[in-house]
Write a protein that binds this ligand. Structure first.
Ligand code: MSP
Length: 637
């Protein structure tokens, strides 16, 4: 059993972070997920009396962002300023309670990164060299030949990799394999969940290789203090945010207060950076390691990977406007087991709202408060307990106990399930004690008072327990019964005498027959099927085999590639929108199918004389080719 005196941790601090978000495009519900969860944890820790620091922010340097700005024809600084503001606004709209919003373009961060890097250099952990290998701009990740297949696609995002040959500085990561293995062994909870920890252990057991940590082929980054031709690798720059935000090298008092971080929440695909590279960097400068890295899973939305073309990359505010912030948060934490992959389904969200919120919680509150109002001037006093009251009391005390241990171990689904078991049992308690019958008999007024007091007492406890997740609902409930939202008041029979207000229904039911859903998925394949055509119509299309002789990107475009083709001895130029999926080098020599008699057109000022055929599945795209050797120019029929 938790003792309230023990759970209040007034002298303790808690430092929780989210990853800092790339500002290449607007956030969606998937990117908001980590921040929403971290916010719940920060609110819970504050409620428990911890001096809490909650950090989030934006990752603004690197090639990906530089290219995204170029694509929009914007100055890079102006581009990142605009997007950072959009993140700041989103977190305000979602009532995120972060204590600081860090931007990697902030002056203090730039200086801290340079000092940190200098320290690693002075400690002999940074050395110059030449990097030759592959790079994924989307994930800002270096890959070696052994990590990737013959198609040269990124193992994480499956986009084409770019070949890089650069003078770079390297970090002696290999030197930290053994110290990291020891740390993992001595701290079994360092990385959670377990299966993510095991993934990291397997990488460590193979041995870490030194990594490139500076770039010279572009300049959108933090210059190396001792060699200004280089900018610091964007992941190095980004990871250091966790210490620069709390005053490393500037404000020792604050830094020592909060470091080491209690938990870094991250998505599973960036676990390696947080659980291996970041700890090695910290060891290099002699700082203690964070206490925990928790790598959560990925969300799909309505069963599909989140993507603009699928129509499910919705702005979280649209969902919040339609369903309310508390309902969306309840659903996210209740239905998606933190740590695993999960699906955000609008249909299931509606089911939860109707069943758990409108029905279970809404009915409990409405029935209890209306009966108190009808029968008493204020919350009545309890008297003698019956067996059923003891059952309710036991369940309440067990729920409080479970609540602390689940919330402390980030098991939000389990915490909410146990609270809702209490809600459901309380409804059953009403059905069994039949207070409407007690109200008819003046001799049973005292028993009626006890039943209603117990129910108000449970509602009060529920309001406190849900407060880190459902801030408004909790406040509205506690105000209706005029009690204090104080964790020390969790427990049986701590409700004080007060007047109550019944208030409006907490969560109106959603009528699915008339309700217009927010997420409009792109049309299904069936509905995209085109009308039938005759063989004569088809014969009008002249399809030919062509071989790609040259390929180059069209400047200022991420997608467009200019191809020079050999079609039966004739040279042809076409422009194809395949640059996000294929690198120009990987296209040379391939045989493709083109529409030979398509009217010429111009794309971004470049003439295109025909069109290449490709299969498209959402964002996936593969060019069509022939099965075996045929001469170029061969007709397709
Ligand atoms: N900038 C780096 C992090 C640097 S931290 C020192 C980065 N940024 S990101 O914008 O690509 O991703 C930020 C977070 O959003 C990651 O934790 C990522 O897992 C999370 N998510 C993005 N899409 C997501 C889903 N669809 N589902 C759940 N989380 C997802 O990586």
């Amino acid at each position: 059993m938790y003792l309230i005196e023990e759970v209040k941790n007034l002298s303790k601090t808690f430092y929780v972070t989210t990853p800092i978000y790339y500002v290449n495009s607007d956030p969606h519900i998937g990117s908001a997920y980590t921040t929403i969860v971290a916010d719940v944890v920060a609110r819970y820790k504050r409620m428990m009396g911890y001096d809490t620091f909650f950090l989030t922010g934006t990752d603004e340097h690197g090639q990906k962002i530089m290219r995204a700005a170029k694509e929009k024809g914007m100055d890079t600084k102006k581009f990142v300023d605009d997007l950072a503001q959009r993140f700041i606004q989103l977190w305000k709209d979602l009532e995120i309670s972060n204590d600081l919003f860090i931007r990697t373009t902030d002056d203090y961060h730039v200086k801290t990164v340079q000092d940190f890097f200098q320290k690693m250099y002075d400690n002999g952990d940074i050395y110059p060299g030449k990097y030759e290998g592959w790079y994924c701009v989307h994930d800002e990740t270096f890959w070696t030949e052994k990590d990737i297949g013959p198609d040269k696609l990124c193992p994480v995002c499956h986009r084409p990799l770019e070949h890089v040959e650069e003078e770079n500085y390297f970090f002696r990561l290999s030197k930290y394999t053994k110290p990291l293995l020891d740390h993992f062994k001595d701290h079994p909870d360092f990385v959670e969940p377990d299966f993510r920890r095991n993934e990291m252990l397997r990488i460590l057991e193979e041995g870490l290789e030194d990594i490139s940590v500076s770039r010279t082929s572009f300049d959108w980054g933090i210059p190396l203090p001792f060699d200004k031709k280089h900018v610091i690798y964007v992941w190095f720059d980004a990871l250091i945010n966790y210490v620069s935000a709390i005053g490393y090298g500037r404000d020792n008092e604050k830094f020592n207060r909060y470091w080491p971080a209690d938990v870094h929440f991250v998505g599973k695909e960036i676990n390696r950076f947080h659980s291996l590279i970041w700890p090695a960097m910290l060891m290099s400068v002699g700082l203690p390691l964070p206490k925990k890295i928790f790598a959560h899973g990925w969300l799909t939305v309505n069963g599909e990977k989140i993507s603009k073309s699928k129509g499910n990359a919705v702005d979280p505010r649209l969902l919040v406007n339609a369903y309310g912030l508390d309902a969306v948060k309840y659903y996210l934490l209740r239905d998606i087991t933190f740590g695993n992959d999960g699906d955000f389904s609008e249909d299931n969200l509606i089911v939860r709202i109707n069943a758990d919120l409108a029905n279970d919680l809404g009915n409990l509150v409405h029935r209890t408060l209306s009966m108190v109002k009808q029968n008493f001037a204020e919350i009545p006093d309890p008297s003698e307990e019956e067996k059923i009251d003891v059952d309710l009391k036991d369940l309440l005390l067990k729920t409080i106990d479970d609540y602390f241990s689940y919330m402390d171990s980030f098991k939000f689904t389990e915490a909410l399930i146990s609270i809702w078991n209490l809600v459901k049992f309380s409804n059953k308690y009403i059905d069994m004690t039949e207070p409407w019958l007690l109200a008819r008999d003046p001799a049973k007024k005292e028993r009626l008072g006890t039943v209603l007091y117990n129910l108000v007492d449970v509602i009060r406890n529920i309001s406190i327990m849900i407060s880190p997740i459902m801030v408004k609902t909790s406040k509205s409930l506690i105000d209706r019964i005029n009690q204090d939202l104080d964790v020390e008041m969790l427990g049986w029979h701590k409700t004080k005498k007060a007047k109550i207000e019944v208030g409006e229904p907490l969560f109106p039911r959603i009528d699915t027959k008339v309700w217009k859903k927010v997420i409009k998925m792109a049309e299904t394949e069936e509905s995209q099927r085109k009308e039938e055509i005759s063989i004569e119509d088809f014969a009008k299309i002249d399809l030919r085999v062509a071989r790609i002789k040259k390929a180059e990107r069209i400047p200022k475009s991420e997608k467009l590639v200019k191809l020079l083709l050999d079609v039966g001895g004739e040279e042809r130029q076409i422009v194809a929108g395949i640059g996000l999926v294929y690198t120009p080098e990987s296209l040379i020599g391939r045989e493709i199918i083109i529409i030979y008699n398509l009217k010429p057109t111009k794309l971004m000022g470049v003439e295109s004389n025909g069109m290449l055929l490709a299969a498209k599945d959402g964002e996936k795209l593969r060019i069509l080719t022939v099965d075996g050797f045929v001469e170029t120019g061969a007709k397709i029929s």
